[in-house]
Design a protein. Structure first.
Length: 262
């Protein structure tokens, strides 16, 4: 199973849009079994995939769990979403209370998602693993949930809007990732994903500078109103607008992501 954290400390850069559309494309077009972990207290992935549903167990419960076999406990909390091939470990607003101090005091387990990934892969009877991919939609903050995501992840994808504020914030994002690589040596940056791209001198120049930085950069996702429309329709782009520029670009992104982990 491949575990991917969708991470950036800045909000409004299309982390949730990327997580949802990547999962939908993997499931529908590549026949992959996908688990989305909603690690953001805003719960946007949860609301999108599990509209108006109560959740018996959430990531907040998993992070606070102190019993034996946290991986089994977490896996038992996963639920089918409204879309074939996609399950979800839901979020709730209790995640707001789980800052890094809770990890330091033992009130939250940063290892829970790593144990979930290990449990999902453990198939001693020869049966297939529970999932092919685990995608974690991280919050725009470095807290217990994002630490758990990076501790579990094989790759991190960093969506970025090509404006000056986001570009200046990249140094902080990369420093946090380097810090987590000391604990999780397998963690690597799969790539930076420019989102909401449109043709302007500043945007083109910023993308060129990003590619010249030496960091891996995915092909950009073009800006389209359909990305906002999907949040109202609560359907991924490949369903509500499969020919839109962003839908085409997200399909290309997923192809690159798959090639990168093979």
């Amino acid at each position: 199973m491949h575990t991917v954290a969708i991470c950036n400390l800045k909000g409004g850069v299309a982390k949730t849009t990327t997580a949802i559309n990547a999962a939908a494309i993997l499931a529908a077009q590549h026949k992959q079994r996908v688990l989305i972990v909603d690690a953001d207290s805003q719960c946007n992935c949860t609301e999108f995939l599990q509209r108006d549903k109560m959740h018996p167990r959430t990531l907040g419960d998993v992070l606070r769990y102190r019993g034996n076999d946290a991986g089994a406990y977490a896996l038992a909390g996963t639920e089918h979403s409204r879309y074939a091939g996609i399950d979800i470990l839901a979020a709730d607003d209790s995640l707001m209370d789980l800052d890094l101090s809770k990890v330091e005091t033992g009130d939250a387990s940063a290892a829970c998602l790593r144990e979930l990934a290990a449990h999902a892969e453990a198939c001693p009877d020869g049966s297939p693993a529970s999932y092919d991919w685990m995608i974690v939609d991280c919050p725009p903050a470095f807290n217990a949930a994002s630490a758990a995501a990076l501790l579990a992840a094989d790759e991190v994808v960093i969506p970025i809007k090509l404006d000056a504020f986001s570009l200046r914030g990249m140094a902080n994002v990369m420093q946090q990732i380097r810090n987590m690589q000391r604990i999780n040596p397998k963690l690597r940056v799969a790539g930076i994903l420019p989102t909401m791209w449109y043709r302007s001198d500043n945007i083109v120049r910023a993308e060129h500078e990003l590619r010249a930085s030496g960091l891996p950069v995915f092909p950009h996702i073009r800006r389209t109103v359909k990305a906002d429309d999907m949040t109202f329709e609560q359907e991924p782009l490949i369903v509500c607008s499969p020919r839109s520029a962003a839908a085409v670009d997200y399909r290309h992104f997923v192809e690159c992501l798959i090639k990168g982990v093979q």
